[in-house]
Design a protein around this ligand. Structure first.
Ligand SMILES: *[C@@H]1O[C@H](CO)[C@@H](O)[C@H](O)[C@H]1NC(C)=O
Ligand SMILES: *[C@@H]1O[C@H](CO)[C@@H](O)[C@H](O)[C@H]1NC(C)=O
Length: 357
């Protein structure tokens, strides 16, 4: 028992939760709406009706989520769900696939598992809503919102006050660059060139979000793809905790993304962009490195085996399946994105600050 408590303590320190003070959520949300772009880290059901292997609308996904199975790729809430709660939204932001007119005024979640910045990323798994298609969906939502609010000036002012989260790019590595047998990008580009090409395309996409009225935009850097159980299993680590060459490749992307955020803040003086540094936020803080074994039983594809029994103590597990963080990790990430613990966590603003600007 004592050992377990001590381990739990270390996990909390590791996840940064020990620094977190409780938030009392009451009254109005801090911003009128929250729009979410991204991949399976934020998908809340958009892939359910698509023809793809990248789906999570079966047990044991959702085992700790209030509504059970929804298509979220984790046991409970995603990072986007928790940021929404920290911002004071009483309900989860609805997925685009099923959002009704009366739900869209607080924002929409466009995230799609296996989707990337590049159109082709994830295509071997089946259909997905790439970042470019998410932007088209956002245009459609704005048209619907404008029709509902029937005052263009009002809608324009309204959209400026919202927060926009963008969490995409992992699949441009996991389901593209790292699979040379299917995708040619690693033959065409060095890791540095690829990072540059990705950030260039992402830059256009973020400008489109701005051109569609956004003025408060939080851009998530990529997590350490080389530390995911699935990539460790696939490539081995040479005695290190993680696949270092993958982390090095992803770091090139993150560094360029930081420069992009700085440039966007200079070029668009009436907007605020900020970078969420997942490397900093998920760095181990305790002296006990947590094992990165998945909580659920995973298949060859790194996803939970349908109807398999997950681990019991889900508060002590970093990963839920071969790729996706558990709810406890998502809580730590969301909380530190909302209020940064060290300056490196968010650049230049944390999300609570972004909300107040
Ligand atoms: C439209 O919205 C603007 C901004 O909120 C407001 O000032 C204006 O009075 C509205 N126009 C009409 C016709 O309601
Ligand atoms: C993120 O934080 C890590 C330290 O935890 C740092 O090495 C890295 O440079 C930061 N990345 C960016 C893009 O700021």
């Amino acid at each position: 028992m004592k050992d377990q408590l001590s381990l739990a303590f270390h996990v909390l320190v590791y996840l940064g939760l020990i620094h977190v003070t409780a938030f009392v959520v009451s009254g109005e949300p801090q911003v009128p709406c929250l729009f979410i772009f991204g991949d399976s880290l934020v998908d809340s059901g958009n892939n359910n009706a698509l023809t793809t292997a990248a789906k999570a609308n079966y047990r044991p996904y959702g085992i700790d989520f209030p509504q059970g199975v929804t298509g979220r790729f984790t046991n409970g809430r995603t990072v986007a769900d928790i940021i929404g709660q920290l911002l004071g939204f009483p309900k989860f932001i609805p997925p685009y696939a099923t959002a009704a007119d009366q739900e869209i005024s607080t924002g929409v979640n466009y995230g799609s598992g296996s989707a990337g910045i590049r159109e082709e990323s994830g295509s071997h798994l089946g259909d997905r809503i790439s970042m470019d298609r998410q932007l088209l969906n956002h245009e459609k939502i704005i048209s619907r919102l404008s029709a509902l609010q029937s005052n263009k000036t009002f809608t324009d002012e309204y959209l400026k006050k919202c927060i926009y989260l963008s969490n995409i790019g992992s699949n441009d590595y996991i389901n593209n660059y790292l699979i040379p047998s299917i995708y040619s990008t690693s033959k065409t580009y060095t890791a540095d060139e690829y990072a540059a090409v990705l950030v260039q395309q992402y830059s256009q996409q973020l400008k489109t979000i701005y051109n569609l009225g956004a003025r408060k935009i939080a851009v998530f850097g990529l997590g350490q793809v080389g530390c995911t159980p699935a990539e460790i299993k696939r490539f081995g680590t040479n005695g290190k905790p993680c696949v270092e060459w993958i982390n090095d490749a992803v770091q090139l992307f993150n560094d360029k993304l930081k420069s992009l955020v700085a440039k966007l803040n200079t070029d668009y003086q009436d907007a605020r962009f900020t970078l969420i540094n997942l490397t900093s936020i998920s760095a181990p803080q305790g002296d006990v490195p947590l094992p990165n074994t998945p909580c659920c039983q995973v298949g060859e594809d790194g996803q939970c085996v349908p109807d398999s029994k997950p681990c019991l103590v889900r508060a002590l597990t970093v990963f839920y399946d071969g790729f996706h963080p558990s709810e406890i990790s998502n809580t730590a990430i969301a909380t530190r994105s909302y209020i940064s613990v060290i300056p490196m966590d968010t650049y230049p603003y944390d999300i609570s600050h972004l909300a107040r600007l």
